[in-house]
Every structure is written in structure tokens, then in C-alpha cells.
Ligand binder design. Structure first.
Ligand SMILES: Cc1cc2nc3c(=O)[nH]c(=O)nc-3n(C[C@H](O)[C@H](O)[C@H](O)COP(=O)(O)OP(=O)(O)OC[C@H]3O[C@@H](n4cnc5c(N)ncnc54)[C@H](O)[C@@H]3O)c2cc1C
Length: 406
């Protein structure tokens, strides 16, 4: 990403922007509003510990292996930012580090899904995202620890100037945006937004649970999995729900050299977590994907009965795993089409939304945060046109179909 994105432009810096939710989306937007436009946002974050925020409970991976151009471009722009985050979000001598590594994502497909990987790779190549299609024999050369039983094709994201896939420390990224935003003059208030004063089709102020009114020229709803109830206060039915996802930490007998984030055709995934044979794994839920399932109830049956046998089939060494930990977090799940809902909130002149990222929000935060800052400050997108993610697609019943949702 060019350093130009952090240069101030002529916008009224006295504009009062109130952001509801101080997770990675809200914090990134506040950081760009300050750095690029001189706007000192007020961020309402009800829990400064981020105990339940998705940004603190994420698996924090980034990829360009999407099937829609907008998601590929967002991820490329965000990757460039994350690669250079120490410089771009430096506050004085403090250069944040997020430990980004780029071993790639490896999607595996059976005969039935091989054509999908090939079609996706063609689009990714058009976007300068470098993805190698690998036969079973080629997979075994690169990853001798893998079983290619039933596998017809793999696709592996490669690191180049314009692409790269891997993972990083998402909590550090969140804190880097937050510290940078504060250094630009943003205020983070530990309060809950509960309602709005609306006059003549525009929000005048945001009401907090403590009964305060925070005056607003513009308001951004970036409340993650909890965005829907707050959007409902503005009369909009936002199709975003809190859907629990379980993550298991594993100790294997040893490391798997060169191991990328592997996605099995049956839906489960695993990736290394450090160097010494530690891994993370998870899968989409096997039963009903209910709303608001309690986060303290990790489904260990999912691991024992379903995940572990399949892990051991794909990587024979995983037969001897030990579970060393687990946690659950909410996907801010967009039930309409599992993609970000980004842009103006229909029906209210000065309200905006960035929510519903359905498991790919941490990697999209730099590009979406910049886009939201541009839209709020200037009325239009600049570096990247995010309008394919606009909320208008809901009323038009025109879902943005993304085939690679994990
Ligand atoms: C298990 C798991 C794995 C994931 N893996 C990946 C991955 O590999 N790659 C990836 O890119 N993404 C991944 N994600 C998704 C990613 O973490 C999210 O998309 C992203 O963190 C969303 O950021 P956010 O700021 O929108 O939401 P959050 O981080 O949830 O922040 C929203 C904030 O809003 C606050 N809030 C809510 N309501 C109010 C209110 N009324 N008033 C004030 N504050 C309020 C909350 O306290 C919260 O802190 C994963 C998520 C989970 C749970």
C-alpha cells in the first residue's frame, strides 16, 4: 500500500464521527479517519478488554484464494498494509509488530471440486494473485507428510509482490490500529451504544447505556456480531448473526515442514501455531448453526468424534495428537451471502455499516477501514471501490456469491 493513503486531504476535521464498536474494523476506520483526514473519531466500545470481540478470538489468517474479485482485491490491499504495519502505524518510536508469516493456504479438492479450484485460480491470476494448482504427485513432493487419498487437486497461495497468504497476531493488529487512532486524536469511550436521536432522516446523536448523548455528524456501526440490534434501532434489518465457531489447540509429535493452512474437502482446516508441532484446527459446525450459542461451551464432541479421525486420515502423524486448549468466538455471520456488508445504511443519510464479514474480517480490516474513512469523510471511495459490498444488494436480492467461505 502506498504511503499516500496516510496523507491528509482537505476535509473538515471538525466532523463528528461516532463509531460503535472498537474492534479491528472500528479501530482501523478511526485510525484512517485521523491519519488521512484529520478527523478525530469517537469510538464507543463497551468492553475495553475485548473479552468476547471476534478480533480477539480469531484464527487471524489472510488469503487471496477467494472466488470474487472484490474479496481478492481487499485481501491484496490489506496484505500490503499488514506487511508494512510497523511503519504505517508507528507511533513515535513504537513500531507495532504482528508476526505475519506467509506459508500459504492449501485448498484440497476431490474430483467433484477440482474444477472450482481451477476456475477460482483463473480469476485469482487475473488479479495478480499467485496461486499454484498442484496434482497429488506434486502435493506429495512439497508436503510428504500429507495423505492425498481421494484428492484430485490442490491450490496453494504463493508469496509475491502482489499476493501472499498466511497468518498473524490479530489482537496485536487490533491494538496497533487502536493506539494509532488514539495518537491521531481519536477517543475510545468504554460505553455501550443503545439508541439514536434521529431527525429529518439523519442521526443527531448516539445514546449510551449511561444516558449520555454523543453528538454525531456521521455514525458507523462496526459492532461485529452485535451489529444487528443496533442497526434495528435505525429501522434496518441487518442480516448479521452471532454464530459460534470452536477452535482447538493441538500438540502433535512434531512439526510438519512447510505446513500451510490446509483446508480439507470435508470442510475442516488446520494450521501450525508456532514452530514446535503445535497446531490450531476447526471446522464449520456439524449440526444446526444456531444464533448466540454460549461461548463458554466448546463442542469437544466435534473434535473427538468428527475432526480427529479426519485429521488423522489427512495427516497420519495426527493420529497421536493431544488437545492442549480450545476456545470459541463468534463469526459476525451474514446470513444473506456471507460477505461483508459495507457502506451506507439505507434510509438514514449519515449512517454507515461495516459488519457481517463471516470469518474474513480481520484480514479485510485495513482495506475496509480505509474505504469507510474515505466514504464517511468525502462521500465516495478512493483507493478501492467497495461498492460491491454495499447494503443495497439486500433489497435487490442480489447476493454476492463467494464460494470460498470457511
Ligand atoms: C474462531 C474465529 C476464527 C476466525 N478466523 C479468521 C481468519 O482466519 N481470518 C480473518 O480474516 N477473520 C477471521 N475471523 C473473523 C474476524 O475475527 C472478524 O471478522 C473480525 O474480527 C471482525 O471485527 P469487528 O471489529 O467487526 O468485530 P469485533 O472484533 O467483534 O468488534 C466489535 C466490537 O463491538 C463492540 N460492541 C458491540 N455492540 C456494541 C454496542 N452496542 N456499543 C458499544 N460497543 C459495542 C464489542 O464489544 C466488540 O468489541 C475469525 C473469527 C472467529 C470467531
Amino acid at each position: 500500500m502506498s504511503p499516500d493513503v496516510l496523507r491528509n486531504q482537505q476535509v473538515d476535521p471538525a466532523t463528528k464521527v461516532v463509531i460503535i464498536g472498537g474492534g479491528v474494523m472500528g479501530a482501523a476506520t478511526a485510525s484512517f479517519l485521523g491519519a488521512r483526514f484529520g478527523i478525530r473519531a469517537t469510538v464507543l466500545e463497551r468492553d475495553a478488554s475485548y473479552a468476547r470481540a471476534s478480533s480477539a478470538l480469531s484464527v487471524c489468517a489472510i488469503r487471496q484464494q477467494f472466488s470474487t474479485e472484490i474479496n481478492i482485491r481487499i485481501s491484496q490491499q490489506s496484505l500490503a498494509f499488514y506487511r508494512d504495519i510497523g511503519r504505517l502505524l508507528a507511533v513515535g518510536d513504537d513500531r507495532p509488530g504482528i508476526g505475519l508469516v506467509e506459508p500459504g493456504y492449501l485448498y484440497l479438492a476431490t474430483d467433484a471440486g477440482a474444477h472450482v479450484l481451477a476456475e477460482n485460480q483463473a480469476l485469482q491470476a487475473q488479479c495478480n494473485a499467485s496461486v499454484a494448482l498442484l496434482s497429488p504427485a506434486e502435493l506429495l513432493v512439497r508436503f510428504p507428510w500429507l495423505s492425498v487419498d481421494q484428492i484430485a487437486l490442490g491450490s496453494l497461495g504463493l508469496s509475491t509482490a502482489t499476493s501472499g497468504e498466511g497468518w498473524f497476531d490479530g489482537y496485536s493488529a487490533l491494538q496497533a490500529f487502536r493506539h494509532h487512532a488514539i495518537a491521531q486524536g481519536a477517543r475510545f469511550l468504554e460505553v455501550e451504544a443503545v439508541d439514536f436521536d434521529v431527525r429529518d432522516g439523519a442521526v443527531q446523536s448516539v445514546l449510551t447505556a449511561q444516558g449520555e448523548r454523543v453528538a454525531a455528524d456521521a455514525v458507523l456501526i462496526a459492532a461485529g456480531a452485535w451489529s444487528s440490534p443496533i442497526a434495528a434501532k435505525l429501522g434496518f434489518d441487518l442480516p448479521v448473526r452471532a454464530r459460534k465457531r470452536d477452535v482447538f489447540s493441538l500438540q502433535a509429535p512434531g512439526p510438519l515442514p512447510g505446513c500451510p493452512l490446509v483446508i480439507d474437502p470435508s470442510g475442516f482446516w488446520f494450521r501450525p501455531d508456532g514452530e514446535a508441532g503445535q497446531f490450531l484446527c476447526g471446522s464449520p459446525p456439524r449440526g444446526d448453526d444456531v444464533d448466540d450459542a454460549p461461548l463458554d461451551k466448546v463442542d469437544h464432541g466435534l473434535f473427538n468424534d468428527w475432526l480427529w479421525p479426519r485429521l488423522a486420515e489427512r495427516v497420519p502423524q495426527f493420529d497421536e495428537l493431544r488437545v492442549t486448549g480450545s476456545w470459541a468466538g463468534y463469526y459476525e455471520y451474514n446470513t444473506f451471502d456471507q460477505n461483508g456488508l459495507v457502506g451506507r445504511l439505507p434510509g438514514v443519510r449519515n449512517a454507515f455499516v461495516a459488519a457481517g464479514f463471516s470469518g474474513h474480517g480481520l484480514q479485510q480490516a485495513p482495506a475496509v477501514g480505509l474505504g469507510m474513512a474515505e466514504l464517511i469523510a468525502t462521500g465516495s471511495y478512493g483507493v478501492l471501490d467497495l461498492s460491491p459490498l454495499g447494503l443495497e444488494r439486500i433489497a435487490a436480492n442480489a447476493p454476492l456469491v463467494e464460494r470460498n467461505v470457511i
